[in-house]
Design a protein around this ligand. Structure first.
Ligand code: AMP
Length: 348
């Protein structure tokens, strides 16, 4: 067990690291952020900051020496430098990262556990794309296998188009799923294998970016949470995952269709800060430190979490007009279109 007073290392310097560090501080831990970018909204609320490249082995070793446990807030941290960390220092382990970093590996992994993704085909050339469209049908979505997030690295394909030439290689074509709603399953798993789930919100995406998460979800989602949870639990067990794990689903007429997973805390769980007995951030810290998990029950519904993107924060004072809204700003100086700047949660 890693007790309060010890230092938790966090790989990645964004808002998820910031909220993890704030939850850790509440529990009496110090956090040390490791990130390649000089500007880190996580480092601003942490006790220490190492700004170094992921492959800087000396910096990684010094960082590891100073941390009782190391976790990550970003699923595209390269795995190779993490293999040199002292055994058992990283939680969760690298297996979730390896699976989630490649959309193809992720879909195959989930299928092996009985999950159902959208119909898909790996695509490396224009000829393969045309074959995939012929087999799966259009419309569909062409995605980069690696590094895509928030709708980046994705192209809607209306008919038998050619692949974007510059992006050939390392792509995946997915049939467009006709869904009634989208939802996520978020769980925390402790080192002994105990699992707790939060309630599953309905998630609405706009332009590939999460716009809002709402509880309670409509019946179309509520009816599909049980099978989705079974799959999420199986994924957590297969990975021997410790900490928070998220799976995203489409609720369809034929049951839940797996979209993607993240071996970490998730935007669609931000409502848990005010809306659940224990937040996803606090339970992630508890899990990786070997403390008992906190209760995950929802405190009150209806509840909505809305993301604040780019210009939504241009007038910060306006965000405080609703006295019942819980405002979270991530402290990002640079307002860019579609950039996640904060979120607002409203209960009741
Ligand atoms: P992703 O980054 O893959 O999670 O995609 C972001 C969003 O795009 C999803 O949450 C959906 O709203 C939409 N999307 C992605 N893939 C599909 C698909 N195969 N069918 C329908 N919608 C999709």
């Amino acid at each position: 067990m890693i007790l309060p007073g010890e230092t938790i290392g966090i790989l990645g310097g964004g808002q998820l690291g910031r909220m993890l560090a704030m939850a850790a501080a509440q529990l009496g831990y110090r956090c040390h952020i490791f990130a390649p970018e000089r500007e880190s909204v996580a480092a601003e609320v942490a006790a220490a900051f190492t700004c170094a490249e992921w492959h800087d082995a000396a910096a990684m070793a010094r960082f590891a020496d100073q941390c009782a446990v190391i976790t990550f807030e970003f699923e595209n941290v390269p795995v190779a430098p993490l293999l040199a960390l002292p055994k058992g220092r990283l939680a969760p382990n690298t297996s979730g990262l390896e699976v989630a970093q490649d959309r193809l590996a992720e879909k195959r992994f989930v299928e092996d556990l009985g999950g159902r993704p959208a119909p898909y085909a790996p695509v490396d050339t224009t000829a393969e794309l045309q074959a995939a469209i012929a087999a799966i049908g259009a419309p569909g979505i062409l995605k980069t296998r690696r590094e895509g997030y928030d709708g980046k690295g994705q192209w809607r394909i209306a008919a038998a188009e050619v692949a974007p030439a510059s992006e050939e290689g390392g792509l995946i074509y997915e049939g467009l799923v006709r869904f009634a709603a989208e939802f996520s399953v978020i769980l925390a798993r402790d080192p002994a294998g105990a699992v707790r789930f939060w309630d599953s919100p309905q998630n609405v995406h706009e332009g590939g970016i999460l716009a809002s998460s709402t509880l309670p979800p409509p019946p179309a989602v509520a009816e599909q949470v049980e099978p989705a949870r079974r799959l999420a639990r199986a994924v957590a067990e297969a990975l021997d995952h410790v900490g928070v794990l998220t799976l995203e689903f489409f609720a369809t007429q034929d049951g839940p269709v797996f979209n993607e997973m993240a071996p970490r805390v998730h935007n669609s769980g931000h409502w848990t800060i005010e809306g659940a007995v224990t937040s996803q951030f606090a339970n992630h810290i508890r899990a990786i430190c070997g403390l008992p998990l906190g209760e995950t029950a929802t405190l009150a519904t209806p509840l909505t979490m809305r993301n604040l993107l780019g210009q939504d924060v241009a007038d910060p004072a306006a965000l405080f007009a609703d006295p019942a809204a819980q405002v979270h700003l991530y402290g990002k100086a640079d307002i860019r279109k579609g950039r996640k700047m904060g979120h607002v949660t409203r209960l009741g």
